[in-house]
Design a binder for this molecule. Sequence first.
Ligand SMILES: Nc1ncnc2c1ncn2[C@@H]1O[C@H](COP(=O)(O)OP(=O)(O)OP(=O)(O)O)[C@@H](O)[C@H]1O
Length: 241
Amino acid sequence: MIELVQIEKYYKRKQVLAIPSFSIESGAAYGILGPNGAGKSTLLKLIASIEKPTKGTLYFNGQPYRHVLKQVRQSIGYIPQDIALYPELTVTQQMDFWLRLSWKQADQNFLKKMKRTLRLDEVAHKRLNELSGGWQRKLNLCIGMIHNPNICLFDEPTVGVDIAAKEDIIEWLSTLHNEGKTLLYISHDRYELERLSDHYVVMANGTMLFHGDKSLLQRNKDTILQHDSSHQELTKILSHL
Ligand SMILES: Nc1ncnc2c1ncn2[C@@H]1O[C@H](COP(=O)(O)OP(=O)(O)OP(=O)(O)O)[C@@H](O)[C@H]1O
């Protein structure tokens, strides 16, 4: 489905990502781990087609991205950490606005389920600036997925939110996974990774130290840590997975 081949990304003259090859398995839930600056967000932005690689090609169902960009954007939902919504609009107004801009016809059943699971119905008439950070993150997530994408990319979906919002978000991601959607999400949270991931990507210094399923990760942990034991957080998370 999605394949990265000989990808390199430079910002000015600095190489921030080098990935010889990576195929994303359909229906898998990938937890992406790695220290700050490892290239995790850049990886998601390339897959989401927000950024272009400096070298190499991304393929979508065997076609280079540049030939099928519309299909790529219809199939992928990218939810950044930053909230880029309108503070003065209510939850319902924000959703209506983004629905009108959407590349695809709304799937009402999907929208209903998403709003219910994230409990957005409870705050439907509240403006964004009246909502706490957790609610704002849930709305941001909902807007990023308003076109019912099959491949969902999340940049630290629960970081900094309260426990109730975190549980709602994990529940929603879990529902998406159970429905066969492909998930890639960056996380530093062991609990979230354990709940959701059946595959992992471990990154450091712009490269993938590992990608594969959970059992392969278990078998390769020591090798990964030997390669890069300089990052305490990574060591801690890996030793518990
Ligand atoms: N737009 C940009 N211009 C210049 N350098 C950038 C840009 N975006 C990212 N970088 C650099 O690329 C490297 C990888 O950044 P990236 O955000 O992908 O890492 P990350 O693993 O997501 O880190 P974090 O956990 O801190 O978000 C970093 O050195 C960062 O400073």
